[in-house]
Design a protein around this ligand. Structure first.
Ligand SMILES: NC(=O)c1ccc[n+]([C@@H]2O[C@H](COP(=O)([O-])OP(=O)(O)OC[C@H]3O[C@@H](n4cnc5c(N)ncnc54)[C@H](O)[C@@H]3O)[C@@H](O)[C@H]2O)c1
Length: 257
């Protein structure tokens, strides 16, 4: 392993929701940086495409098809990772119900949809963290990066269940960071701004085109998945080992805190 402070070479990293959208870009960029990547999306075909792309480029990756809201599936995800690579250094909790959700007034959200969003977006983060914890503890440390949303800062309307779940991810990040800091595991969150992932663009259509870039963004351009990779890679690196419980905002300077 390289001793360069920001190197993540040879780290074994699971990316939930790595089968498409921003998750696929995380997988690709992590592999380019020398990580051994596990694409853990519920979408099996998506995982296979991500892994094929990485292997074609000479990288190392496997699929672990996982519904993050299912405890047994998350445990299999961890077991498959350990079988293949012998350790787990990083977990990027990126899987989410977002682009598939209709934008509508809060009182029109069906209760079963509300519940499913919390199951995937919050319980999923809990279960995946729980699944990797024994291995990270045993090997002496690790890093968890939770993907929240800029909605936490802005209070954006029209997907109240989603916004609520992403605020919950920040609370989970802070308390979990305190609970597992003694095991040398750091836990942080990032809050992406409105990002033109392929899934966001295809599901949002005109909304995506009409809503970016916001006029109060310091860097006046659209946000793309690649804009998020540096923050995720940094938080997985030895350079961030003493940073925990924090929320790193990545939105071109739209929100400041
Ligand atoms: N795109 C944006 O504007 C934006 C902004 C802020 C935060 N985010 C967050 O960034 C992350 C990635 O965004 P995206 O644009 O690629 O979103 P997306 O909705 O397109 O992708 C989410 C991924 O999660 C997977 N997934 C859904 N349910 C799952 C489950 N039960 N188990 C495992 N995987 C599951 C999907 O198959 C998909 O690949 C998400 O957490 C999202 O909430 C995105």
């Amino acid at each position: 392993m390289s001793d360069y402070m920001l190197s993540i070479k040879d780290k074994v990293v699971i990316v939930t929701g790595g089968g498409k959208g921003i998750g696929r870009v995380y997988c690709r960029e992590l592999a380019k940086a020398g990580c051994k990547v596990v694409a853990a999306d519920v979408d099996d075909d998506g995982n296979a495409e991500t892994v094929a792309e990485i292997r074609d480029a000479g990288g190392d990756a496997i699929t672990a098809t996982t519904d993050v809201s299912d405890e047994a599936a998350t445990q299999e995800m961890a077991a498959k990772t350990i079988d293949a690579f012998g350790r787990i250094d990083g977990l990027v909790n990126n899987a989410s119900l977002m682009s598939v959700l209709e934008r509508r007034d809060w009182h029109l959200i069906p209760v079963n949809e509300w519940d499913r969003v919390q199951e995937v977006n919050m319980r999923g983060v809990f279960l995946c963290s729980k699944a990797v914890y024994p291995q990270m503890k045993e090997q002496g440390g690790g890093s968890i990066v939770n993907i929240s949303s800029g909605r936490f800062w802005s209070g954006t309307p029209n997907r109240l269940h989603y916004s609520t779940s992403k605020a919950g991810v920040i609370g989970l990040t802070r308390s979990l960071a305190r609970e597992i800091g003694p095991d040398n595991i750091n836990v942080n969150a990032i809050t992406p701004g409105f990002t033109l992932s392929d899934t966001q663009v295809s599901s949002s259509g005109d909304y995506a085109k009409n809503n970016a870039p916001p006029s109060d963004r310091c860097i006046q351009r659209h946000q793309y998945p690649e804009d998020l990779c540096g923050a995720v890679m940094f938080l997985l690196s030895p350079g961030a080992a003493f940073i925990s419980g924090q929320t790193l905002n990545v939105d071109g300077g739209q929100h400041m805190h």
